[in-house]
Design a protein around this ligand. Structure first.
Ligand code: NAD
Length: 395
């Protein structure tokens, strides 16, 4: 019989729902060495928390996340709060000997991220995880495996874009538009995923940001009546009062990888007509791959080693049990997966790791996510100073 892993989660809105669903489902679909147990949900509003706990099956709720450190039963604390509320709870829980799973980006600032990395290194018995969930889409995991097997050969290009369009002038001043809460805008939100995916798929590291552009098109927004928390496209309308929107709406940058690949990254919340277009393409001397999240079950593969007569883009439906990562735990072939499955696959891998087994594909920890944060920081410096920035300058 599997042992249990009592979990506490801080934050009960967008990611609160995605993570709660994952803790509920993981042990139903995967045979795990540890079964997650939904011990406590923490947040700020007691009435909301009570309703949330009842709906999702959390045994307890609290408005004081600090108390989680005192509860000896809790083994894993999950941090699903805005970016400025990542470092403090993560570090406190590591100091209390808990494993920590934190949402991405690791933090809103490099200094916070560094403190988290250092706290994780100190807490030798604790494991850390960062919710770069797109790694666990089967198609992205397959891309990682194909590159590792050398099927793309030498990689020349990484081309990554994450395009959304919900950040127009009518969208109120949520925490995501305030530097003091978010650190950055589309950059830390969306480029963070792209940089993680690019590092994960290539297995390589960015060594230089060669140039960057950051733009804030919409500089003031209505202050929402209910406060700055809220879900994307929740339809929250702002009140009459206006506040300053002081994060980027888009950041574009060029980068060079250690093994020589030339890369471009673009993240924006103002790409009208694109809702969640998270895409990455890699071109190598033996082949290419292409992934687009809105068709997340597909990986496109071009095998340049095939006879020229037969070359062309292969559309791989990544749902074949025994062939594609995670597929065997889900439905029959081509009975497709969605957004939530990346989170469920991630909980399964976290439980495997905490139970002494290997994840299906590597999980990002705080040290790994800190490397992504350094790239993000280099891009911000490059945009601000209008110059190239070597990663060795960002510590
Ligand atoms: N992995 C992904 O794909 C993904 C997607 C969306 C958001 N995120 C990340 O998840 C985190 C949360 O984003 P979200 O969209 O869920 O935000 P949200 O606004 O929907 O929810 C934030 C939650 O944190 C709570 N909270 C805020 N400050 C708090 C505090 N001081 N103490 C206790 N609780 C507090 C709020 O009450 C709310 O429940 C962010 O870091 C964001 O970047 C990741």
């Amino acid at each position: 019989m599997s042992k249990t892993c009592p979990v506490a989660l801080i934050g009960q809105k967008f990611m609160g729902r995605a993570h709660s669903n994952a803790y509920l489902k993981a042990a139903k679909f995967f045979d795990l060495p540890l079964t997650p147990v939904m011990h406590t949900i923490a947040g700020r509003d007691r009435a909301e928390l009570e309703a949330f706990a009842a709906r999702w099956g959390w045994a307890r709720c609290t408005t004081r996340w600090r108390d989680l450190a005192e509860d000896a039963d809790i083994r894993l604390v999950d941090v699903g709060t805005p970016n400025d509320v990542h470092a403090e709870p993560s570090i406190a829980m590591l100091e209390a000997g808990k494993h920590v799973a934190c949402e991405k980006p690791l933090a809103g600032t490099l200094a916070d991220a560094r403190a988290m990395r250092d706290a994780a290194a100190k807490a030798k018995k604790c494991r850390t995880f960062v919710w770069y969930n797109y790694r666990r889409c089967p198609a992205v995991a397959l891309a990682h495996q194909l590159v590792k097997e050398g099927r793309l050969g030498r990689i020349y290009h990484v081309r990554a874009t994450y395009l959304q369009d919900w950040g127009g002038p009518e969208t109120p001043l949520l925490w995501r538009f305030q530097k003091k809460h978010a650190g950055s805008g589309a950059h830390g939100d969306l480029n963070a995923h792209l940089v993680d995916m690019a590092r994960f798929i290539t297995g390589d590291e960015v060594v230089e940001v060669c140039g960057a552009l950051s733009e804030t098109f919409i500089r003031e927004r209505s202050v929402p009546a209910a406060g700055p928390s809220g879900q994307i496209a929740a339809g929250t309308r702002g009140g009459g009062r206006k506040g300053k929107s002081d994060v980027d709406d888009c950041v574009l940058f060029l980068a060079r990888f250690k093994k020589g690949a030339a890369a471009s990254f673009e993240a924006t919340r103002l790409a009208t007509g694109n809702q969640n277009a998270n895409s990455i393409e890699l071109n190598g001397d033996r082949g290419s791959i292409r992934f687009q999240f809105e068709e997340m079950n597909l990986l496109w593969f071009f095998d340049a080693t095939r006879d020229r007569r037969e070359q062309g883009w292969t559309r791989i439906m990544c749902t074949a049990s025994g062939h594609h990562p995670y597929a065997g735990n889900w439905w029959p072939d081509a009975h497709v997966l969605g957004y939530e499955h990346g989170f469920i696959n991630m909980v399964a891998d976290m439980m495997r790791v905490l139970g002494g087994l290997k994840p299906v594909v590597p999980l990002p920890d705080f040290a790994d996510a800190y490397e992504t944060q350094r790239v993000l920081e280099a891009a911000l410096v490059a945009a601000r100073e209008r110059c190239a920035v070597k990663l060795s300058e960002i510590r």
